[in-house]
Design a protein around this ligand. Structure first.
Ligand SMILES: Nc1ncnc2c1ncn2[C@@H]1O[C@H](COP(=O)(O)OP(=O)(O)O)[C@@H](O)[C@H]1O
Ligand SMILES: [Mg+2]
Length: 286
């Protein structure tokens, strides 16, 4: 098969996939299911994620698409160590995840900055409290502020910044511990489309510089195709991998990629598959 082709891997193949050298696998879902217990005395238990088998390589950028409520955040929270699988195992660098740690940083949709701290204080608070020497974190913060184009805003408070700038602060804070894994849960969902494009390019630039493994949840198909090496489409709940698409386009990517026929082809395939999942999810079970 031509390496430059966009390759589709059937969901059933994912289970058989060996993924080459296991040491290259940064995150592995081994037959992971997650059931949330029923709330109170009424209602039912929720099977959020069902038999998930996914291997994510070190320094890979992988996007997860899927209808609302299909278990995307649940899958991510199990990598973060906020939730544990009901069955199966989530491995990080070959070791089962048991709790959160500084080797994984999270970027949420709403910038979760402390309003009473400056930009610099927000970025450095975590590493400072974990005992990183001041000279180290100040130098890293300086470089990161430059990378996210916020040099000169060190002493500003969050309320003085636009939404996009606040997300850039959050990204700088996520990178300062130089984590192996960055988890992004619909990070640009609240931004206008112009700002989103800028942020997507920024993600690729930062990846070039720091080479983290990035797991990126989005509901925007074009965004997923633009930033990722691989896009996973999850089915409606309980979430399973319905479709996996490799995006064999060199990084960093330019706006030209968005208008290429390959981009449009893979985007329409994913849109089509996503639409059928969303319609199924909206249809009450018989
Ligand atoms: N902490 C929780 N307790 C109980 N049910 C939950 C919890 N978190 C998520 N769920 C349920 O699990 C399912 C998947 O949720 P989630 O992972 O947030 O989906 P997504 O991120 O794809 O929108 C939903 O039905 C949701 O209501
Ligand atoms: Mg979610």
């Amino acid at each position: 098969m031509n390496m430059n082709d966009l390759r589709n891997v059937r969901a059933s193949d994912l289970n058989a996939q060996t993924g080459g050298d296991p040491r290259e696998d940064m995150v592995v879902f081994e037959n992971v299911s997650k059931t949330y217990p029923r709330q109170g005395n009424s209602g039912q238990a929720t099977l959020a994620v069902d038999s998930l088998n996914v291997r994510i390589k070190a320094a890979e950028i992988i996007s997860i698409l899927g209808p609302t409520g299909c278990g995307k955040s649940t899958a991510m929270n199990m990598i973060a160590g906020f939730e544990s699988p009901s069955t199966g195992t989530v491995l990080l660098g070959g070791v089962p995840v048991s709790k959160p740690g500084p080797d994984r940083s999270i970027v949420f949709q709403q910038a979760s900055l402390f309003p009473w701290l400056t930009v610099l204080e927000n970025i450095t608070l975590g590493v400072k409290s974990r005992g990183m020497p001041e000279a180290t974190y100040l130098e890293r913060a300086r470089q990161l502020l430059e990378a996210v184009r916020l040099t000169g805003f060190e002493k500003h408070y969050p309320y003085q910044l636009s939404g996009g700038m606040q997300q850039r602060v959050q990204i700088a804070r996520a990178l300062i511990s130089e984590p192996g894994v960055i988890l992004m849960d619909e990070p640009f969902g609240a931004l206008d489309s112009q700002t989103r494009l800028m942020m997507q390019e920024l993600v690729l630039q930062l990846w070039q510089q720091y080479q983290p493994t990035i797991i990126f949840i989005t509901h925007d198909v074009a965004e997923a195709v633009f930033v990722s090496d691989r896009v996973l489409l999850m089915s409606k709940r309980p979430g399973r991998v319905k479709l996996a698409v490799d995006i064999d386009e060199p990084k960093p990517r330019t706006q030209e990629f968005i208008t290429s026929s390959r981009f449009i082809e893979v985007q329409s395939e994913l849109l089509h598959a996503l639409r059928s999942e969303v319609q199924d999810a909206a249809t009450p079970a018989a």
